[in-house]
Structure formats: structure tokens, C-alpha cells
Design a protein around this ligand. Structure first.
Ligand SMILES: CC(C)(COP(=O)(O)OP(=O)(O)OC[C@H]1O[C@@H](n2cnc3c(N)ncnc32)[C@H](O)[C@@H]1OP(=O)(O)O)[C@@H](O)C(=O)NCCC(=O)NCCS
Length: 177
């Protein structure tokens, strides 16, 4: 499946594009995830992500049930989304995802393009449910997912320790028509 290059417009009506990642995007993706990880508040890693070579191999050998998207402003990667479809008959109706935009590029509605492109891919794969887990201490992301049709399914208390405080993992999901 190929998502193609899709142009969307942010809240200030400026264009950004979303496309599937290619192996040469590995340095930018690793750099972005590493930076977001070092911010501490949003994703589990804290700068200890894949090496560029590992990421390059993941992108080169990606199975059909794995999607990696990038969002670009002025041809530079400002966001990424990864989704993995369940590999068993029991769970192949579910894709589990994660996403992040670079600091300085958030709050302008650009996450929406990544989610829209994910939805198109998911429908083509007969995926019925998209699942994500979010830190309870990340109200922006929880708000963002709720606004895009996700619902809270439950939570697991004390699953992370962030800045010295215990934080629950909130499970959210969206069902596709
Ligand atoms: C979460 C993320 C993907 C959302 O994408 P985005 O393009 O920045 O999101 P949007 O601009 O469309 O929406 C942000 C919303 O959060 C709201 N918001 C901002 N701060 C908030 C807060 N403290 N509490 C609640 N809502 C908040 C904004 O008002 C906006 O809501 P609105 O669209 O109803 O006005 C992006 O901000 C991001 O990458 N954040 C850092 C990494 C991260 O948290 N990833 C998700 C891990 S599960």
C-alpha cells in the first residue's frame, strides 16, 4: 500500500505534506524521536531510541502491516506516526499507533494530517480499531485524540514514573466505520 504524498493545510492555512517514510528519512526520524524523548513528558524513551542504521533497516524491511508516516513543512520532517497491525488472526483488526510532532510545530492542527492518512491506510487493511496509549499527564494529546474520535477505554495506574511522579497509562481507541 502506498499512501502517496498528501497536502493538508494547518490552522493558519499553511500547507504541510504527509507521506510514507523511506529509508533515507531514518536520520530525521531518529533525530525527532530522540528530541521528543528528551523532553521527557510525551513518550517512553528518553533519548535512547534506535540507531539511524536500525531505523533505516526497519524502514527498508517494513512488513505490510507496519506503517511509518512523516509530516513535512517546507520539505523538512516535523512529525512522524508509526502504526503496527496485529499479526495474529485474533488481533489483526487492531493497529497500535504512536505519533509525535517536533517542538515548535505543535498546536497548529498538523497532527490531523497524520491521523487522516493513517485512517486511509487502516481502512485499506480492514483494520477496525486504532489503539494508542497516552500518559495521563499529557492532557494535550488526550484532548487531541478525543477531538479526533478516540475514546478512553481504561487506564493502568502507576505504569510510568515521569519527573519523579507516578503516572497512569491511558488506553484510547478509535473504531473505524
Ligand atoms: C499530541 C500531538 C500529536 C497533537 O498534534 P497537534 O497538531 O499539535 O494538535 P492540534 O494542534 O490539532 O490540537 C492540540 C489541541 O490540544 C489543545 N491543548 C493544548 N494544550 C492543552 C492542555 N494543556 N490541555 C488540554 N488541551 C490542550 C489545543 O487547544 C488543541 O485543541 P483544539 O484543537 O480543540 O483547539 C502533538 O502536539 C505532539 O506531537 N505532542 C508531543 C508528542 C506527543 O504528545 N505525542 C503523543 C504521545 S501519545
Amino acid at each position: 500500500m502506498c499512501v502517496g504524498v498528501i497536502t493538508y493545510f494547518d490552522r493558519e492555512n499553511n500547507p504541510y505534506t504527509v507521506r510514507e517514510a523511506v529509508p533515507d528519512d531514518a536520520p530525521d526520524i531518529v533525530g525527532l524521536i530522540t528530541q521528543v524523548g528528551l523532553e521527557q513528558d510525551y513518550i517512553a524513551n528518553e533519548g535512547d531510541y534506535y540507531s539511524v542504521e536500525q531505523q533505516r533497516r526497519i524502514l527498508a524491511d517494513r512488513p505490510p502491516g507496519q506503517l511509518v508516516l512523516v509530516a513535512l513543512v517546507d520539505n523538512r520532517i516535523i512529525g512522524t506516526l508509526e502504526a503496527v497491525q496485529g499479526v495474529f488472526r485474533k488481533n489483526r483488526h487492531v493497529a497500535t499507533m504512536g505519533m509525535a510532532l517536533k517542538k515548535g510545530f505543535r498546536g497548529l492542527g498538523r497532527g490531523e494530517g497524520l491521523l487522516t492518512a493513517l485512517g486511509e491506510w487502516a481502512q485499506e487493511k480492514d483494520i477496525e480499531k486504532i489503539a494508542i496509549s497516552v500518559f495521563e499527564s499529557n492532557p494535550t494529546a488526550i484532548h487531541f485524540y478525543l477531538r479526533h474520535g478516540f475514546a478512553v477505554e481504561g487506564s493502568r495506574p502507576n505504569q510510568f514514573r515521569i519527573r519523579g511522579k507516578m503516572v497512569a497509562e491511558v488506553f484510547m481507541a478509535k473504531y473505524l466505520p
